[in-house]
Design a protein around this ligand. Structure first.
Ligand SMILES: Nc1ncnc2c1ncn2[C@@H]1O[C@H](COP(=O)(O)OP(=O)(O)O)[C@@H](O)[C@H]1O
Ligand SMILES: [Mg+2]
Length: 375
């Protein structure tokens, strides 16, 4: 049912070409006795979580999951507590051993790596930021940040100098000699972030890093991640159970339920086009106009029609909320222009359809989809 939607989302705006950073195929992680028999046994793989536990005593925390993380994107894994997010992200560097499946990091088979290779991956290539910060209490901020470099064997002067740069980068200038206990929660997580960044990893892995923080501090940290991502274009896998955090940070979101990915797409695709009732329920309260763009709200128009030559120009990825403002200010419709060509028109009626969810049950949404697809 969700097939075409999943396919469409395979291109990420942040994808700069080259192969994926992580490529995961048919990944399973089953906890319990004789777990390895489960992924290959079709009489068991179809069972629900509860049935499987009843029948085998095992928990399938990750069930047949496949996805690619593109270079330069923020790939969010979202789901309720217990849906398998932590297990999944830990499997990527085999902090948890997968039961079966394929994990490729930059073309290299992670499942086949020996201990030494794995250590190298965790130290240099895929740095993790944890919810509980994971700082060393008796070390200064600088030495905490330098820790990963120390393990790599970098000399003291050099690593402290590099750590000092990172401390500044995450907004902790002047606090380098403090101990973690002398910092607020938000500041401690900045230290965790700086420590992960210091080893200059290909990909940063975040497991609910901001869940323990107050809402305002949390917002600050989200802004920090967005800023770092914008400035450095670093690839990130970000785990969260918080929908608004997922929508704010994600280039794409994989929504997990009971160990499976139920939908994978851009925030806009997921909100505008939920794959099933579960997802629809999940995104029900999202302010749609702040996620959906005019590309989905517009009606197509012939480039030489009279209305195609009047009205303010908008780019196709303009948010509906911004378009409403423009229409209100100008008092007339806007035209959506792509590559110098008018491809559609949005007016009050079209924009309010998005806000009022008129496209959810009626035919308007489907029609818009189809028509846009033919433009
Ligand atoms: N070491 C373990 N042994 C047995 N079951 C586990 C273990 N770790 C996690 N689980 C189970 O796997 C499922 C997914 O857990 P987890 O990955 O921690 O979810 P999330 O991070 O989304 O909250 C849960 O049902 C959890 O109880
Ligand atoms: Mg977790």
């Amino acid at each position: 049912m969700s097939e075409p939607r999943t396919e469409r989302s395979e291109t990420s705006p942040a994808d700069t070409g080259g192969g994926p950073v992580f490529s995961v195929r048919s990944l399973w992680k089953v906890f319990g006795a004789k777990a390895s028999r489960i992924p290959g046994d079709s009489s068991l793989t179809g069972l629900s979580q509860a049935e499987l536990r009843e029948k085998t005593g095992c928990t399938a925390a990750v069930r047949d999951v496949s996805f690619d993380v593109h270079k330069g994107e923020v790939f969010v894994v979202m789901g309720l507590s217990g849906s398998g997010k932590s297990t999944l992200v830990r499997c990527l560097t085999r902090l948890i051993e997968p039961t079966s499946g394929e994990i490729i990091l930059d073309g290299e088979d992670v499942v086949g790596m020996d201990k030494e290779q794995l250590r190298e991956v965790r130290r240099h290539r895929a740095a993790m930021v944890f919810q509980n910060f994971g700082l060393l209490p008796h070390r200064s901020v600088i030495d905490n940040v330098a820790y990963g470099l120390e393990i790599q064997g970098m000399g003291k002067e050099e690593r402290r100098a590099k750590a000092a740069t990172m401390v500044e980068k995450v907004g902790l200038e002047g606090l380098g000699e403090r101990r973690p206990g002398q910092l607020s929660g938000g500041q401690q997580q900045r230290v965790g972030l700086a420590r992960a960044l210091a080893v200059d990893p290909e990909v940063l892995l975040f497991d609910e890093p901001f869940s323990a923080l107050d809402p305002l501090i949390r917002r600050d940290m989200q802004e920090e991640v967005i800023r770092l991502h914008r400035e450095e274009g670093r690839t990130m896998v970000f785990i969260t159970h918080d929908l608004s955090e997922a929508l704010r940070l994600g280039d794409r979101i994989a929504l997990m339920r009971d160990g499976q990915i139920v939908q994978l797409g851009t925030p806009e695709e997921i909100v505008a086009n939920p794959a099933d009732d579960y997802v629809r329920d999940f995104v029900r309260d999202v302010p749609r106009e702040q996620v959906i763009s005019v590309r989905r709200a517009m009606r197509p128009v012939d480039a030489d029609a009279p209305e195609a030559t009047t009205g303010t120009e908008l780019a196709p990825d303009t948010l509906v909320s911004d378009a409403i403002e423009t229409v209100a200010r100008s008092g007339e419709h806007c035209r959506v222009v792509e590559n110098g060509r008018t491809v559609g028109i949005v007016d009050y009626a079209a924009l309010l359809t998005v806000v009022a969810r008129l496209d959810e049950n009626g035919d308007a949404g489907e029609g818009t989809e189809r028509e846009v697809a033919t433009v």
